[in-house]
Design a protein around this ligand. Structure first.
Ligand SMILES: *Cc1c(COP(=O)(O)O)cnc(C)c1O
Ligand SMILES: [Zn+2]
Length: 410
């Protein structure tokens, strides 16, 4: 199929060649998520620091196309994905006791979350395999991003969202013309319905818990970060974790650039989960398999009770000598407010869960004065206005009278 040379099952380590059709391991089933492999020796000759000096490369995540499974001839969805800004906040870092804080705002993607990196690849892979219909289940962002990217490429999307998804995300799906099924049930039930549509109607499956190509899109966040830092890799990358796909992808990105000799080390990955939805944290802590937890957090994008990519996520954290922590919903709300005030970035609850984790670790004296810490802000706050207003502490109306203003300014 694509330019990748094969797959490896993350559970039993069985390898498959590139012609292998199913999206998961034929021995392990849906527990056997695959990792996509490339011919790194061949790539190493082509993908050097000089490769990236070429001004004709697109200024979006398709500049990394040699490391993506999409053929050169496959039409790609036109929305501009990636090239998100990286802000440096050293004063803020000093406040938290380390050298440098890097904030990568992935909420500026076309549908306002990091999921666009995965969805654009999903849509391209659907086109590559001749499918016109594509489905996913999601707590919101994967859905809205699939809907947008599919619309831009003329594909039909069929979306299953649980009833508690914020209205902004459902609104996005609707305006992009997706068929939206708001399921009166959990994320897991929405997921099962979407999987049935894959079987029954032959739709392309954009469920990141199953489809190995979506990680390939998300890994570009690390490629970009490396380029933006001129190959000087930070000490830590902190990310919000729900299903585990994003952090696993960011790790894969770093690991591939390391393998190609573009960077000289891999940063330590810190995964932050919401206390009320932290099965990966618990599996990591106890070295046991994942156990279902009924999710209870306002960070809807990471409210995942049955993460599918937990093995890959734990692998990323272990191999990079990182860790997982959890934060409470009030930590998340506080982080939303503080990030907004300190950086001018408005993020949704899951978007700042990483920031909340950084604050807690800093409070414990975890970082040293020389550390450089990068955060990936994964989703924009305007998707979930209710939580943003709540985090900010609400507002009051006044009568149109300057004395009222005066009283409040003093
Ligand atoms: C999906 C998502 C995450 C977490 O990614 P996983 O792959 O589920 O771990 C974090 N933040 C936002 C805004 C997301 O949409
Ligand atoms: Zn397997």
């Amino acid at each position: 199929m694509g330019k990748h040379i094969g797959f490896i099952c993350v559970k039993c380590k069985k390898e498959f060649d590139k012609e292998y059709g199913p999206l998961v391991c034929n021995t392990c089933g849906t527990d056997g998520i695959l990792n996509v492999l490339y011919d790194y020796d061949a790539l190493k000759r082509k993908i050097t620091h000089r490769f990236f000096l070429d001004h004709s490369l697109p200024r979006n995540h398709w500049r990394y196309r040699p490391l993506l499974p999409v053929w050169e001839t496959t039409p790609i969805p036109p929305l501009r994905v990636g090239n998100s800004p990286l802000y440096r906040h050293d004063k803020l870092a000093a406040h938290y006791g380390f050298r440098s804080l890097l904030v990568k705002d992935d909420g500026i993607n076309p549908t306002a979350s990091l999921k666009d990196r995965a969805s654009s690849i999903g849509v391209a892979m659907a086109i590559q395999s001749g499918k016109k219909k594509i489905t996913c289940s999601s707590t919101g962002n994967a859905a809205s991003s699939l809907a947008g990217n599919a619309a831009s490429a003329g594909l039909h999307s069929y979306i299953f969202v649980p009833g508690n998804a914020p209205e902004g995300k459902i609104a996005q799906c609707l305006i992009f013309g997706a068929r939206v099924f708001v399921v009166d049930g959990t994320y897991e039930q929405a997921f099962d319905l979407s999987m049935e549509c894959v079987q029954k109607f032959g739709m392309y499956n954009r469920n990141s818990g199953i489809n190995p190509f979506l990680v390939e899109g998300k890994k570009t966040v690390s490629f970009e970060l490396s380029e933006q830092l001129e190959w000087m890799i930070p000490d830590y990358i902190i990310m919000s974790v729900g299903d585990g796909c994003s952090i696993a992808a960011a790790y894969k990105g770093m690991q591939e650039f390391y393998q190609l000799g573009l960077i000289d080390r891999i940063p330590r990955f810190i995964g932050v989960q919401a206390e009320g939805a932290s099965p990966i944290y618990k599996a990591w802590k106890t070295s046991q398999d994942i156990q279902y937890q009924k999710p209870a957090t306002l960070a809807d994008s990471i409210a995942v009770g049955t993460p599918r990519n937990w093995r890959k996520a734990i692998d990323a954290v272990r191999k990079s000598d990182g860790l997982f922590i959890t934060v409470s919903d009030s930590d998340i709300l506080k982080a939303m407010k503080e990030l907004g005030r300190a950086t001018g970035i408005c993020a949704e609850p899951a978007g700042v869960t990483c920031y909340a984790g950084m604050q807690i670790l800093a409070g414990q004296g975890f970082f040293s004065h020389s550390d450089q810490v990068a955060l990936i802000i994964s989703g924009n706050g305007l998707k979930d206005v209710a939580s943003v207003v709540k985090a900010a502490g609400g507002y009051q109306k006044i009568s149109p009278n300057i004395h009222e203003v005066e009283k409040r300014i003093e």
